[in-house]
Design a protein around this ligand. Structure first.
Ligand SMILES: [Zn+2]
Length: 120
């Protein structure tokens, strides 16, 4: 499934979180340090930009916040994942969850048909 043309939004304030290339979120580390992460909208592409440049520790759990309403996007049923809405048009949206653990490349799309897994 090519997810490039879908839009991603905050489950809380519904604000759009991506442009054609990247999803923008606020990151927060245990130390309280905040930054901005720009992740590719292409699933399976786990390259990202982070401002300021940060080397996350492997297996570090990072908090992801909506840049608009500042709500923690922690997935309600999967505490080590963050959750976004993926809007596929005509008022249909799926839940996308991705790992909050640095270095763990797992993303799931939850559709009415079940769960599709992406990992890279
Ligand atoms: Zn929001």
């Amino acid at each position: 499934m090519d997810l490039k043309n879908f839009s991603f939004s905050c489950p809380f304030c519904k604000h759009l979180l991506n442009d054609s290339e990247e999803i923008e979120l606020v990151t927060k580390r245990d130390s309280g340090t905040e930054g901005r992460i720009f992740m590719s909208v292409a699933f399976g592409n786990y390259t990202f930009r982070h401002i300021p440049e940060t080397n996350f520790t492997l297996r570090e759990i990072v908090d992801f916040l909506c840049p608009h309403c500042q709500t923690d996007l922690k997935a309600p049923n999967h505490k080590n994942f963050a959750q976004l809405n993926m809007d596929v048009g005509h008022n249909i949206s799926f839940d996308v969850i991705f790992s909050r653990e640095a270095g763990k490349r797992k993303t799931y799309v939850i559709t009415e048909d079940g769960i599709e897994t992406y990992q890279g």
